[in-house]
Design a protein around this ligand. Structure first.
Ligand code: BGP
Length: 473
């Protein structure tokens, strides 16, 4: 059993607009960078895109009714910026506002707490074209304006807000690995775009209080604690360096308004440090979050890296195990396969205890409450006779992670809630529709939309009972 959880614990589930909505040009929505990126041949598994996705835009009432039936306490979803401002700024598209108003009202009707993610990667394409998106300081104002519109229109009913989803991922994949839009591979540009994203994040947090004074806001960070690959002191040092670059580089800015010193020095010596202008550090110090949202999938084991690898890891997109590639920073660390833990079909390490370690590290370094905004298992599910899906592996995955959450609470972590990734199956950015995460199976694959029928998996009933019993089962 999981033992009971604190009262008012947010038993939740999460999604993102591009991955579920579809209706890519419906009701005057403008295109986003993902609408065009996924159309470039070879970028995604079998060329899949979110034009239709699981058509949540036209099925949201049904989806929310299923959440209600499950007894979900919270639902984290993102708003597509280009539904609100088709061109990124300018005139508000009231049809976009109406869609999210209806969704929010529907959630509240079912006693589900809405959690809004303001930005889950689908930048309006107009802003990318006009001034290069996150590489221009113009975005700070436009992002703030977009956020203020959302606070103003939805803040009366929505009190829990996420600013940027996984800044570390959209920046490193977008500007170093080139696997996400805008497909750039340039370290210097990456650190510069990242600094601008930090400023935009801080400014949007700063604006929040005057609109939603009784609300809470914070970013969602993809947090993977760094482990030493062995107990050799070189390995331990490598892990500390990795922790600094992989986690503190972002989290320290969010929570302390400062870049970690050793990492800053390393970049400065190589001419890679971002340009800081007057007023930047003051703004960063002012825009502090109320809590940390974390998306937890895996940890990383690190070894010294005297000689080599500079690049990010190559991802495995087809679900065939065994493609792990080392990644790292020259002279500091490289990531190795941790042989003590199992992996998913996509080579992601499965490490439930790492979640407890993550929660404890965040608590002792930053002292903030934590909301787990994503955790879940991507797997191949099989639709069996009589429309049943026996996803015991997913139940085992979530249960083992929840057990570690429970332990972390006992350790003193203030854990606000836990959102699984995801409620329904959805589009995996680069891995198509075969990599499923949901409690609800959606009848479609890469090759065909089929009938988009919604089918409850075994895990649906399991999570329902976990919620009903507040963790005791
Ligand atoms: C996180 C993203 C989610 C989701 C998840 C699973 O990084 O915030 O949007 O996609 O990872 O990733 P994937 O789809 O690659 O399996």
């Amino acid at each position: 059993t999981l033992d009971s959880f604190p009262e008012n614990f947010l038993w939740g589930s999460a999604s993102a607009a591009y991955q579920i909505e579809g209706g890519w040009d419906q009701d005057a929505k403008g295109p986003s960078v993902w609408d065009s990126f996924t159309k470039i041949p070879g970028k995604t598994f079998k060329g899949t895109n979110g034009d239709v996705a699981v058509d949540h835009y036209n099925h949201f009432k049904l989806d929310v009714a299923l959440m209600g039936e499950m007894g979900l306490k919270a639902y984290r979803f993102s708003i597509a910026w280009s539904r609100i401002y088709p061109e990124g700024r300018g005139e508000i598209n009231e049809q976009g506002i109406a869609f999210y108003n209806n969704l929010i009202n529907e959630l509240i009707k079912h006693n589900i707490t809405p959690i809004i993610t303001v930005y889950h990667w689908d930048l309006p394409e107009a802003l990318q074209k006009e001034y290069g998106g996150w590489e221009s300081r113009n975005i700070i104002e436009d992002f703030n304006n977009y956020c203020m519109t959302l606070y103003e229109r939805f803040g009366d009913r929505v009190k829990d807000w996420i600013t940027l989803n996984e800044q570390n991922i959209f920046i490193s994949h977008g500007y170093l690995e080139g696997s996400h839009p805008p497909g750039v591979q340039d370290k210097k540009r990456m650190y510069q775009a990242n600094h601008i994203a930090n400023l935009a994040n801080a400014k949007a947090i700063k604006s929040f209080k005057s609109y939603v004074s009784d609300g809470k806001i914070g970013p969602s960070f993809a947090y993977g604690p760094a482990y030493p690959y062995s107990s050799h002191p070189e390995s331990v040092l490598a892990a500390e360096n990795a922790e600094e670059f992989v986690n503190h580089w972002w989290m320290d800015i969010y929570c302390f308004g400062k870049y970690p010193e050793a990492a800053w020095r390393y970049l400065e010596e190589r001419g890679l440090a971002p340009e800081i202008k007057e007023g930047d550090m003051e703004l960063l110090a002012e825009g502090k979050p109320d809590f940390m949202g974390i998306n937890y999938y895996q940890t990383g084991a690190y070894e010294k890296n005297a000689d080599g690898v500079l690049k990010g890891a190559k991802e495995n997109h087809d679900g065939k195990k065994g493609n792990f590639t080392e990644s790292g920073v020259k002279g500091l660390y490289k990531r190795k396969r941790n042989t003590y833990v199992d992996t998913t079909n996509w080579d992601w390490e499965i490490d439930p205890m790492g979640l407890r370690i993550a929660l404890r590290r965040i608590t002792s370094r930053y002292g903030l409450p934590v909301l787990i905004t994503e955790n879940g298992l991507g797997a191949f599910d099989e639709l069996e006779k009589g429309d049943s899906i026996n996803d015991d592996y997913r139940i085992a995955y979530i249960e083992s992670h929840l057990r570690q959450c429970r332990e972390a609470i006992t350790d003193g972590v203030e854990l606000l809630g836990y959102c699984t990734w995801s409620f329904t199956d959805l589009l995996s950015w680069l891995n198509g529709y075969q990599k499923r995460y949901g409690f609800i199976y959606i009848n479609r694959d890469e090759d065909s939309e089929k009938d988009l029928r919604r089918i409850k998996k075994k895990s649906f009933y399991w999570y329902k009972s976990v919620i009903e019993n507040n963790g005791e089962n």
